[in-house]
Write a protein of this length. Structure first.
Length: 220
């Protein structure tokens, strides 16, 4: 089920989060040169990739708990539906691993064997894999790995869990050390608070406009 209002808010949430992050970096002088800009871009990509990795780890836990809590007849249905989101997880992970494996020192012998034509073909494949991975990372964070294919109530639940995990990770790793403590607290807590509010609104909208609730999804 596609709800244009929900999808629009998810895209706005992602875009505004990126704008806020860039503004924070610029305001506190994290970007003062082209080199700094490249470093900030790399940091943002690393954070996005970390979010995907956390989501990959969180995905089976939340989905597994959801399936286990459902009635027996629904469990088989949800497990079958989980194949598509699982395929999305595998596709993103495989695309990220392609370039790393292709140009790893351990595969140097293979690159020598295939010669220049093979290296060109390998480079094109890796370029495609990187573009696919970047696109997949964006979609996975916006659409939460297509977990709506299992049930429409899962994406807001999983998104809420994910953002609080990422906030905890930022606290543990000491993210944004150049930002004053007060602004850092506001920024770190702002994302999970906003996403939690959006998730609550999405669940409310699903119940009000489509008659979908977590209790009904579990068959309880």
């Amino acid at each position: 089920m596609e709800d244009p209002q929900v999808r629009k808010l998810q895209l706005w949430r992602t875009a505004l989060g990126l704008v806020a992050w860039v503004g924070l970096m610029v305001t506190y002088n994290a970007v003062v040169s082209a080199g700094d800009a490249a470093a900030v871009a790399d940091e943002r990509f690393d954070q996005s990739w970390s979010s995907v990795l956390v989501l990959v780890c969180t995905f089976p836990v939340v989905v597994g708990a959801f399936v286990a809590a459902a009635r027996p007849g629904l469990r088989r249905l949800y497990l079958r539906r989980a194949l598509r989101p699982l395929g999305a997880v595998v596709a993103v992970m495989a695309s990220m691993g392609t370039s790393a494996l292709a140009f790893a020192p351990e595969t140097a012998g293979f690159r020598d064997i295939i010669g220049l034509p093979g290296k060109i073909a390998l480079g094109v494949l890796c370029l495609w894999a990187v573009v696919f991975a970047l696109y997949g990372i964006g979609l996975s964070l916006v659409h939460v790995f297509r977990t709506a294919d299992i049930h429409e109530v899962l994406p807001p639940v999983l998104a809420g869990v994910l953002v609080w995990e990422m906030a905890l990770l930022d606290v543990v790793t000491g993210a944004y050390p150049q930002v004053p403590a007060g602004a850092r607290v506001v920024f770190i807590l702002g994302a999970p608070t906003t996403v939690t509010a959006l998730s609550w609104w999405e669940v409310h909208r699903l119940r009000r406009h489509h008659g979908l609730t977590v209790r009904d999804a579990l068959g309880r």
